[in-house]
Design a protein around this ligand. Sequence first.
Ligand code: COA
Length: 430
Amino acid sequence: MAEFPDVRTLPLDETARAALAERGLEYRLIENERAAAMEAWSHAVRRGFAGSELTAEEVADWREPMSWRRVTGVYDPASPQADRPIATASSWVAPMTVPGGTLPSWSISTVTVAATHRRRGVARQLLEAELRDAHAAGVPAAGLTASEATIYGRYGFGPATKIATWKVDARRARWAAPAAPGRVQYLDREDAALLMGQLHERTLSDRVGEIPGWPRRWRGRLALAEDKNEVVRAVRYVDETGEPRGVMAYQIDGDPDSGRGELTIRYLIAEDDVALAALWRFALEHDLVATVTAHMRPVDEPLPWLVDDARIAVSSLKDHGWLRILDVPASLEARTYAADASVTLRVTDPHGYADGTWRVDIADGRARVVASEDQPDVALSVIELSAVYLGGFSLPVLRAAGRVTGSAEAIDTLDAALRVPRAPFLSIVY
Ligand SMILES: CC(C)(COP(=O)(O)OP(=O)(O)OC[C@H]1O[C@@H](n2cnc3c(N)ncnc32)[C@H](O)[C@@H]1OP(=O)(O)O)[C@@H](O)C(=O)NCCC(=O)NCCS
């Protein structure tokens, strides 16, 4: 990945600072080594997401993931809690996996505006500042996960990866796949958190749309950094040689005493298909459990093929990773392609970054993209371009919805080039 400046020290966006100052608000870059400022900021984020007050231990847990981010806040000097920001955001540059490599992505997180200051354009100032910062730093795209699907389209973000929640009637589950040769073993949750991090790093390039994780992400899945009252257990799968290949965190609620336990898989990661199947089998065959639910899983989970009755595994889908292309040539040239294509694209972008007519020539898996004055074959906005970029959404479907226009042949050709063998997948929330 190209080297980018340390985003933590980039100067604050002047346009947003001036616009917020006009409303009596102060936009500040937070020195994230200052414990008191970070504590107040962490409390503001938690309040913004309607959570309970953070304990001192939880405040401490937040420090590491914020230490490498650019952390910003908006303050209201007229507030009786003037040291607690009324709006928050943080960002960093992450190498997002794309076919054949990575795309530097300006990752935006912890966006909140206090309920007392909502719908006055504060978030808009923060988001537009993030995009200007990213663009000025030469980062070709921005990414985020969204609490609601209606917030970020106005800034040019499109949904690029989906997740599935799988629900299984475990009482009807009959295993239909080969038995795994290794073993499933309980392990200490701290060890499980370490193993999750290692397996995530080792499997990052298996899927497109992923970004590297950080310790608190895994500790949270194991109820070591959040949900601390939950009874969470961890198991790993080791292969015949004793090498750990997968790990799962789960909890059992419901009424296990009468055989109606509800097992929730809080996180499952496997380095290979055998480990994945073995951990699913452990969950489905758990005694005293009637239903198994797994959130934030790939949409193309092999689960229905692992049991004899595919109907017992029901999935519901949701958008998850949102992407915003800022630099069309750099983004399109960063990935590889499944087929050749030569298409002229008209991309509209009200913010200007991606706007233009682009000649895209794809040969031998690589694209060459130049500005063009030709008549476009295909027209779409930056939202749709960002949505189809990883191959998780189909251009012909967007055409059917009226979101993409142009020659059906050019749309089909470009769509074939964008295809990826497995569904794009981002396994974490940020
Ligand atoms: C979402 C949130 C950050 C918006 O902050 P805000 O300062 O009220 O937003 P703004 O006033 O800048 O609104 C900008 C635009 O977004 C729209 N908008 C804001 N929040 C929205 C929401 N939740 N759903 C749909 N549209 C929303 C506004 O209507 C406005 O539309 P416009 O295009 O007509 O101008 C804030 O409501 C919040 O903190 N929510 C809880 C935490 C959260 O969900 N954060 C997002 C994490 S991904």
